[in-house]
Write a protein that binds this ligand. Structure first.
Ligand code: ADP
Ligand code: MG
Length: 356
């Protein structure tokens, strides 16, 4: 068992609160991701788990055992560094063997452990090659194999693939997800890339200035963000957030540019959030007669192949809508925009989400 628990953990550097009263549980075998902007405390949390830092307050447990005073070696948690950390002058095999050679493990045991790990990670056929002759995904697997030969309790990865180009990142994150599932080991993963966090993790913790703002499965956080802060962090294009006032029959947003006929709208909502994919866009001429939707002017159109991002000017507000395929919409055209009441997010003063 290697669940990892933080109980009210705080870490300061001088006046900086790097981690502020953090409590969470990473379950055994879970792929758990910390996501947040730069300097939000992600790396500090990993260093606290590894034992390279000691908390100023609170308690850390690994597999049920309090580890605040336990040395990094005894915690047996492996940090997987970026592929850059492979020794370039050594073969993949020598890279993987290295931690055992360093610990003076007997040759027969090294052979057995390396064979075992190579089979698990499907790298037996590339072990003779130097890192330069491996693909990005293969290098990642070799780096993981080098950590795995030690048989750690859990893995930590600090933005491990951010240096790779976009295509390679997409390939590698799928491999990582698959490898973690096959290995059945706890993995704490740090990224500053929202798409990576969403696609790779069982659960995500959202960090803001050392504080955990929300923990949940990716879909849960995406569908029910607890605040405008969290809502803006996940999703691309970003969620539209508009000032709103409660009217007779629902909500008027962006000074009347958009109307939501929702009698269940909370009375204390001051902003609404609309995901770009939830905004319906139709030609104004079709809609005028039906009387559905409010007018908006198309500001710009970005065709992205499978879908199209349309930026709309509605009153004083700018909105982004995400449409499927390549609809026939031109800049400066008038369109009607609307949104299903059930898809609207409501936020109160201070940005907290409100239940409808
Ligand atoms: P992230 O990994 O999310 O970018 P970090 O955990 O590295 O964030 O940093 C969190 C905060 O702690 C930042 O304000 C950073 O400047 C500060 N910090 C991190 N490490 C140190 C250190 N060794 N000395 C002083 N301040 C630090
Ligand atoms: Mg960092």
């Amino acid at each position: 068992m290697a669940d990892i628990v933080f109980r009210n953990v705080t870490k300061r550097y001088g006046d900086t609160l790097a981690v502020d009263d953090a409590s969470f549980t990473v379950n055994d075998n879970e792929f758990f991701c910390f996501f947040g902007p730069p300097l939000s405390g992600k790396s500090t949390i990993l260093r606290l788990v590894l034992g390279l830092e000691t908390p100023d307050a609170g308690e850390i447990l690994i597999g049920g055992r309090p580890v605040n005073t336990v040395s990094p070696a005894e915690r047996n948690v492996a940090m997987v560094f970026q592929n850059l950390a492979l020794f370039p002058h050594m073969s993949a095999l020598d890279n993987v063997r290295f931690p055992l050679v360093e610990r003076k493990v007997a040759d027969v045991d090294i052979k057995r452990r390396v064979a075992d790990v190579a089979a698990k990670l499907h790298i037996g056929h590339i072990l003779h090659k130097p890192p330069a002759q491996l693909s990005g995904g293969e290098r990642q697997r070799v780096a993981i194999a080098r950590a795995l030969v030690r048989d750690p309790n859990a893995y930590l990865m600090d933005d491990p693939i951010s240096a790779l180009d976009a295509r390679l990142r997409e390939e590698t994150r799928v491999e990582l997800k698959r490898i973690q599932r096959d290995l059945g080991k706890t993995l704490i993963y740090v990224t500053h890339d929202q798409e990576e966090a969403m696609s790779i993790a069982d659960r995500i913790a959202i960090l803001d200035n050392g504080r955990i703002r929300q923990i949940g499965a990716p879909a849960e956080i995406y569908d029910r963000p607890v605040s405008t802060y969290v809502a803006r962090l996940l999703g691309s294009p970003v969620m539209n957030i508009l000032k709103s006032v409660r009217g007779e029959s629902g909500v008027e947003a962006a000074e009347g540019a958009l109307s939501i006929a929702d009698r269940a709208a909370p009375a204390d909502a001051v902003e609404i959030g609309l995901r770009p994919e939830d905004i319906k866009v139709s030609p104004w001429s079709d809609n005028e007669k039906a009387g559905r939707g409010r007018p908006a002017r198309v500001f710009e159109v970005e065709p992205l192949g499978g879908y199209t991002v349309v930026t709309l000017a509605a009153g004083q507000a700018r909105l982004k809508a995400l449409l499927r395929g390549q609809p026939d919409i031109r800049p400066d055209a008038m369109v009607a925009i609307s949104c299903e009441p059930a898809r609207v997010h409501y936020f109160g003063q201070g940005g907290g989400a409100l239940a409808r």
